[in-house]
Design a protein around this ligand. Structure first.
Ligand code: ADP
Ligand code: MG
Length: 293
Protein backbone atom coordinates (compact mmCIF):
# COMPACT_ATOMS: atom_id res chain seq x y z
CA UNK A 1 0.00 0.00 0.00
CA UNK A 2 1.11 3.54 -0.66
CA UNK A 3 1.76 5.37 2.60
CA UNK A 4 -0.75 8.15 3.15
CA UNK A 5 1.94 10.79 3.53
CA UNK A 6 3.25 9.98 0.05
CA UNK A 7 -0.22 10.35 -1.47
CA UNK A 8 -0.64 13.68 0.27
CA UNK A 9 2.81 14.83 -0.83
CA UNK A 10 2.18 13.84 -4.44
CA UNK A 11 -1.07 15.79 -4.44
CA UNK A 12 0.61 18.77 -2.80
CA UNK A 13 3.29 18.65 -5.43
CA UNK A 14 0.79 18.51 -8.28
CA UNK A 15 -0.99 21.54 -6.90
CA UNK A 16 2.30 23.44 -7.08
CA UNK A 17 3.11 22.36 -10.59
CA UNK A 18 5.36 19.50 -9.56
CA UNK A 19 4.46 16.17 -11.09
CA UNK A 20 5.85 13.07 -9.43
CA UNK A 21 6.07 10.20 -11.94
CA UNK A 22 8.22 8.03 -9.72
CA UNK A 23 7.64 7.99 -5.95
CA UNK A 24 11.14 6.73 -5.27
CA UNK A 25 12.53 9.88 -6.93
CA UNK A 26 10.59 12.01 -4.46
CA UNK A 27 11.87 9.91 -1.58
CA UNK A 28 15.57 10.14 -2.47
CA UNK A 29 15.70 13.69 -3.77
CA UNK A 30 16.02 14.89 -0.14
CA UNK A 31 19.45 13.25 -0.01
CA UNK A 32 21.09 14.68 -3.15
CA UNK A 33 24.59 16.16 -2.84
CA UNK A 34 24.75 17.78 -6.28
CA UNK A 35 22.14 19.24 -8.62
CA UNK A 36 23.36 19.30 -12.23
CA UNK A 37 21.50 21.66 -14.54
CA UNK A 38 21.50 21.62 -18.33
CA UNK A 39 22.00 25.20 -19.57
CA UNK A 40 19.95 25.84 -22.69
CA UNK A 41 16.21 25.60 -22.11
CA UNK A 42 16.68 24.76 -18.44
CA UNK A 43 18.57 27.63 -16.78
CA UNK A 44 17.78 29.76 -19.84
CA UNK A 45 14.49 30.15 -21.68
CA UNK A 46 15.91 28.66 -24.84
CA UNK A 47 14.05 31.15 -26.98
CA UNK A 48 16.76 32.29 -29.33
CA UNK A 49 16.94 35.29 -31.63
CA UNK A 50 19.75 36.21 -34.02
CA UNK A 51 21.32 39.39 -32.64
CA UNK A 52 24.44 39.68 -34.78
CA UNK A 53 25.86 38.50 -38.10
CA UNK A 54 29.46 38.71 -39.29
CA UNK A 55 30.50 37.62 -42.75
CA UNK A 56 33.88 37.38 -44.41
CA UNK A 57 34.68 40.05 -46.98
CA UNK A 58 32.72 39.53 -50.16
CA UNK A 59 29.70 37.74 -48.69
CA UNK A 60 26.60 39.73 -47.86
CA UNK A 61 24.61 39.15 -44.67
CA UNK A 62 21.32 38.39 -46.41
CA UNK A 63 22.77 35.58 -48.54
CA UNK A 64 24.61 34.11 -45.57
CA UNK A 65 21.45 34.13 -43.43
CA UNK A 66 19.29 32.73 -46.24
CA UNK A 67 21.71 29.87 -46.87
CA UNK A 68 22.09 29.09 -43.14
CA UNK A 69 18.30 29.07 -42.67
CA UNK A 70 17.93 26.75 -45.66
CA UNK A 71 20.54 24.34 -44.26
CA UNK A 72 18.59 24.35 -40.99
CA UNK A 73 15.18 23.82 -42.62
CA UNK A 74 14.84 20.26 -41.33
CA UNK A 75 16.19 20.76 -37.80
CA UNK A 76 14.14 21.08 -34.62
CA UNK A 77 17.07 22.63 -32.74
CA UNK A 78 16.39 25.99 -31.10
CA UNK A 79 19.30 27.52 -33.03
CA UNK A 80 17.73 26.28 -36.29
CA UNK A 81 14.41 27.83 -35.32
CA UNK A 82 16.13 31.16 -34.60
CA UNK A 83 17.89 31.22 -37.99
CA UNK A 84 14.68 30.34 -39.87
CA UNK A 85 12.65 32.86 -37.88
CA UNK A 86 15.10 35.71 -38.51
CA UNK A 87 15.38 34.87 -42.23
CA UNK A 88 11.59 34.87 -42.46
CA UNK A 89 11.33 38.19 -40.59
CA UNK A 90 13.69 39.74 -43.10
CA UNK A 91 11.63 38.40 -45.98
CA UNK A 92 14.49 36.34 -47.42
CA UNK A 93 13.97 33.71 -50.08
CA UNK A 94 15.78 30.51 -49.12
CA UNK A 95 17.94 28.70 -51.67
CA UNK A 96 17.16 25.09 -52.63
CA UNK A 97 18.91 22.60 -50.39
CA UNK A 98 18.82 18.79 -50.13
CA UNK A 99 20.08 15.83 -48.07
CA UNK A 100 19.78 17.30 -44.59
CA UNK A 101 21.60 15.50 -41.85
CA UNK A 102 21.90 16.37 -38.17
CA UNK A 103 25.34 15.94 -36.62
CA UNK A 104 24.51 15.43 -32.95
CA UNK A 105 25.95 18.07 -30.61
CA UNK A 106 27.77 19.78 -33.47
CA UNK A 107 25.36 21.10 -36.10
CA UNK A 108 23.81 20.16 -39.44
CA UNK A 109 25.00 19.24 -42.93
CA UNK A 110 23.20 19.58 -46.28
CA UNK A 111 23.85 19.66 -50.00
CA UNK A 112 23.69 22.93 -51.91
CA UNK A 113 24.46 22.98 -55.60
CA UNK A 114 26.09 19.56 -55.22
CA UNK A 115 28.38 20.77 -52.45
CA UNK A 116 28.44 19.98 -48.75
CA UNK A 117 27.43 22.97 -46.61
CA UNK A 118 27.29 23.13 -42.83
CA UNK A 119 25.95 25.19 -39.92
CA UNK A 120 27.22 24.49 -36.43
CA UNK A 121 29.26 25.48 -33.40
CA UNK A 122 32.84 24.98 -32.20
CA UNK A 123 32.59 21.19 -32.21
CA UNK A 124 31.63 21.29 -35.88
CA UNK A 125 34.72 23.37 -36.69
CA UNK A 126 36.79 20.85 -34.79
CA UNK A 127 35.28 17.98 -36.79
CA UNK A 128 35.94 19.77 -40.11
CA UNK A 129 39.41 20.95 -38.98
CA UNK A 130 38.52 24.56 -39.74
CA UNK A 131 40.05 27.68 -38.19
CA UNK A 132 38.23 30.97 -37.82
CA UNK A 133 39.35 33.90 -39.98
CA UNK A 134 40.57 36.66 -37.64
CA UNK A 135 37.65 39.04 -38.32
CA UNK A 136 35.20 36.29 -37.31
CA UNK A 137 37.29 35.19 -34.32
CA UNK A 138 37.11 38.77 -32.96
CA UNK A 139 33.31 38.76 -33.43
CA UNK A 140 33.07 35.42 -31.58
CA UNK A 141 35.14 36.66 -28.62
CA UNK A 142 32.99 39.77 -28.23
CA UNK A 143 29.68 37.91 -28.51
CA UNK A 144 30.60 34.95 -26.30
CA UNK A 145 31.72 37.33 -23.55
CA UNK A 146 28.07 38.48 -23.57
CA UNK A 147 26.99 34.82 -23.15
CA UNK A 148 25.74 34.64 -26.74
CA UNK A 149 26.06 31.36 -28.62
CA UNK A 150 27.87 31.69 -31.96
CA UNK A 151 27.33 29.29 -34.88
CA UNK A 152 29.03 29.25 -38.26
CA UNK A 153 28.22 28.79 -41.92
CA UNK A 154 30.90 26.56 -43.48
CA UNK A 155 31.51 25.42 -47.06
CA UNK A 156 34.50 24.72 -49.27
CA UNK A 157 36.78 24.19 -46.25
CA UNK A 158 36.10 27.72 -45.09
CA UNK A 159 34.03 29.63 -42.56
CA UNK A 160 31.88 32.20 -44.41
CA UNK A 161 29.76 33.73 -41.69
CA UNK A 162 29.03 33.73 -37.98
CA UNK A 163 25.66 34.24 -36.29
CA UNK A 164 25.28 35.34 -32.68
CA UNK A 165 22.22 33.92 -30.99
CA UNK A 166 20.90 35.43 -27.80
CA UNK A 167 19.13 33.51 -25.10
CA UNK A 168 17.92 34.84 -21.77
CA UNK A 169 18.33 33.40 -18.32
CA UNK A 170 15.13 32.27 -16.65
CA UNK A 171 14.38 34.92 -14.00
CA UNK A 172 14.45 32.36 -11.15
CA UNK A 173 17.74 30.66 -12.04
CA UNK A 174 20.00 32.79 -9.86
CA UNK A 175 17.81 32.41 -6.77
CA UNK A 176 17.54 28.66 -7.35
CA UNK A 177 21.35 28.35 -7.24
CA UNK A 178 21.55 30.47 -4.06
CA UNK A 179 18.82 28.50 -2.28
CA UNK A 180 20.44 25.15 -3.17
CA UNK A 181 23.72 26.42 -1.74
CA UNK A 182 21.95 27.44 1.46
CA UNK A 183 20.62 23.88 1.69
CA UNK A 184 24.20 22.59 1.50
CA UNK A 185 23.82 21.29 -2.05
CA UNK A 186 26.46 21.71 -4.74
CA UNK A 187 25.35 23.11 -8.12
CA UNK A 188 26.86 22.13 -11.47
CA UNK A 189 26.03 22.89 -15.12
CA UNK A 190 26.35 20.75 -18.26
CA UNK A 191 26.15 22.19 -21.75
CA UNK A 192 26.95 21.51 -25.38
CA UNK A 193 27.64 25.20 -25.78
CA UNK A 194 31.13 26.73 -25.95
CA UNK A 195 33.47 27.21 -23.01
CA UNK A 196 33.24 31.02 -23.11
CA UNK A 197 29.44 31.05 -23.05
CA UNK A 198 29.28 28.41 -20.31
CA UNK A 199 31.79 30.36 -18.22
CA UNK A 200 29.84 33.62 -18.55
CA UNK A 201 26.57 31.94 -17.51
CA UNK A 202 28.13 29.94 -14.64
CA UNK A 203 29.82 33.03 -13.21
CA UNK A 204 26.66 35.06 -13.52
CA UNK A 205 24.63 32.45 -11.64
CA UNK A 206 27.28 31.53 -9.05
CA UNK A 207 27.49 27.91 -10.17
CA UNK A 208 30.28 25.85 -8.54
CA UNK A 209 31.44 23.87 -11.55
CA UNK A 210 30.53 23.54 -15.20
CA UNK A 211 31.29 21.30 -18.15
CA UNK A 212 31.16 22.87 -21.63
CA UNK A 213 31.17 21.51 -25.21
CA UNK A 214 29.82 18.25 -23.88
CA UNK A 215 28.54 15.93 -26.61
CA UNK A 216 25.11 14.39 -25.96
CA UNK A 217 26.53 10.93 -25.16
CA UNK A 218 29.00 12.46 -22.71
CA UNK A 219 26.33 14.15 -20.57
CA UNK A 220 25.43 10.75 -19.14
CA UNK A 221 29.10 9.95 -18.56
CA UNK A 222 29.58 13.17 -16.55
CA UNK A 223 26.73 12.15 -14.24
CA UNK A 224 28.26 8.69 -13.77
CA UNK A 225 31.61 10.33 -13.00
CA UNK A 226 30.07 12.41 -10.19
CA UNK A 227 28.33 9.31 -8.85
CA UNK A 228 31.60 7.41 -8.81
CA UNK A 229 32.94 10.10 -6.48
CA UNK A 230 30.25 8.96 -4.05
CA UNK A 231 27.84 11.81 -4.76
CA UNK A 232 24.09 11.47 -5.06
CA UNK A 233 23.11 13.39 -8.18
CA UNK A 234 19.95 15.08 -9.41
CA UNK A 235 19.94 16.09 -13.09
CA UNK A 236 17.61 18.80 -14.39
CA UNK A 237 17.13 19.02 -18.16
CA UNK A 238 14.76 19.71 -21.02
CA UNK A 239 16.23 18.30 -24.21
CA UNK A 240 16.40 15.04 -26.13
CA UNK A 241 20.13 15.26 -25.40
CA UNK A 242 19.50 15.20 -21.68
CA UNK A 243 17.45 11.99 -21.66
CA UNK A 244 20.29 9.50 -20.97
CA UNK A 245 21.67 11.76 -18.22
CA UNK A 246 18.21 12.07 -16.65
CA UNK A 247 17.94 8.28 -16.57
CA UNK A 248 21.45 7.85 -15.19
CA UNK A 249 21.06 10.39 -12.37
CA UNK A 250 19.78 9.27 -8.97
CA UNK A 251 16.89 11.64 -9.62
CA UNK A 252 15.93 12.92 -13.08
CA UNK A 253 13.97 16.17 -13.16
CA UNK A 254 12.48 17.43 -16.44
CA UNK A 255 11.44 20.95 -17.34
CA UNK A 256 7.74 20.97 -18.32
CA UNK A 257 8.34 23.00 -21.47
CA UNK A 258 10.92 20.42 -22.58
CA UNK A 259 10.77 17.62 -25.12
CA UNK A 260 8.64 14.49 -24.65
CA UNK A 261 11.75 12.33 -24.50
CA UNK A 262 13.14 14.31 -21.55
CA UNK A 263 9.79 14.18 -19.75
CA UNK A 264 9.51 10.41 -20.23
CA UNK A 265 13.03 9.95 -18.88
CA UNK A 266 12.45 11.85 -15.63
CA UNK A 267 10.96 10.85 -12.28
CA UNK A 268 9.84 14.39 -11.51
CA UNK A 269 8.45 17.04 -13.88
CA UNK A 270 8.40 20.76 -13.19
CA UNK A 271 5.23 21.83 -14.99
CA UNK A 272 5.93 25.57 -14.75
CA UNK A 273 9.51 25.19 -16.05
CA UNK A 274 10.67 27.09 -12.98
CA UNK A 275 14.16 26.16 -11.70
CA UNK A 276 13.12 27.28 -8.19
CA UNK A 277 10.75 24.31 -8.11
CA UNK A 278 13.84 22.11 -7.73
CA UNK A 279 14.20 23.73 -4.30
CA UNK A 280 10.49 23.11 -3.60
CA UNK A 281 10.81 19.43 -4.51
CA UNK A 282 13.73 18.93 -2.14
CA UNK A 283 11.95 20.84 0.65
CA UNK A 284 8.82 18.77 0.09
CA UNK A 285 10.82 15.55 0.16
CA UNK A 286 12.68 16.51 3.34
CA UNK A 287 9.45 17.49 5.10
CA UNK A 288 7.50 14.39 4.04
CA UNK A 289 10.01 11.71 4.74
CA UNK A 290 11.04 13.17 8.06
CA UNK A 291 7.42 12.79 9.12
CA UNK A 292 7.32 9.19 8.01
CA UNK A 293 10.21 7.88 10.09
P1 ADP B 1 22.83 22.08 -25.43
O1 ADP B 1 21.37 21.75 -25.49
O2 ADP B 1 23.49 21.54 -24.22
O3 ADP B 1 23.14 23.53 -25.62
P2 ADP B 1 23.32 20.70 -28.05
O4 ADP B 1 23.98 19.37 -27.98
O5 ADP B 1 21.92 20.77 -28.52
O6 ADP B 1 23.56 21.34 -26.61
O7 ADP B 1 24.17 21.64 -29.00
C1 ADP B 1 25.50 21.88 -28.71
C2 ADP B 1 26.08 22.83 -29.69
O8 ADP B 1 26.12 22.21 -30.98
C3 ADP B 1 25.28 24.10 -29.88
O9 ADP B 1 25.62 25.09 -28.93
C4 ADP B 1 25.71 24.49 -31.29
O10 ADP B 1 26.99 25.06 -31.25
C5 ADP B 1 25.84 23.16 -31.99
N1 ADP B 1 24.59 22.73 -32.67
C6 ADP B 1 23.86 21.64 -32.41
N2 ADP B 1 22.80 21.54 -33.25
C7 ADP B 1 22.86 22.64 -34.06
C8 ADP B 1 22.06 23.12 -35.16
N3 ADP B 1 20.96 22.49 -35.60
N4 ADP B 1 22.47 24.28 -35.72
C9 ADP B 1 23.56 24.93 -35.32
N5 ADP B 1 24.34 24.52 -34.30
C10 ADP B 1 24.01 23.39 -33.68
MG1 MG C 1 18.67 22.06 -23.03
Amino acid sequence: AVPLVVTITTTLGARNGILIRDRLALEIVRQVDVVVFDKTGTLTEGRFGIVGIKTVAGMDEASALALAAAIESDSEHLIAQALRHTAHQRGLILPKISSFEAIKGRGVRALYDGKEVYVGGPRLLEMLHLDLPEEIAAFTRAEEAKARTVVYLCADSQVWAAFAVADTLRPQSREAVQRLHQMGIEVAMLTGDSLAVAKAVAEDLGIDRFYAEVLPEDKERKIAELQSQGKRVAMVGDGVNDAPALVRADVGIAIGAGTDVAIESAGIILIHSNPLDVVSVITLSRASYRKMI
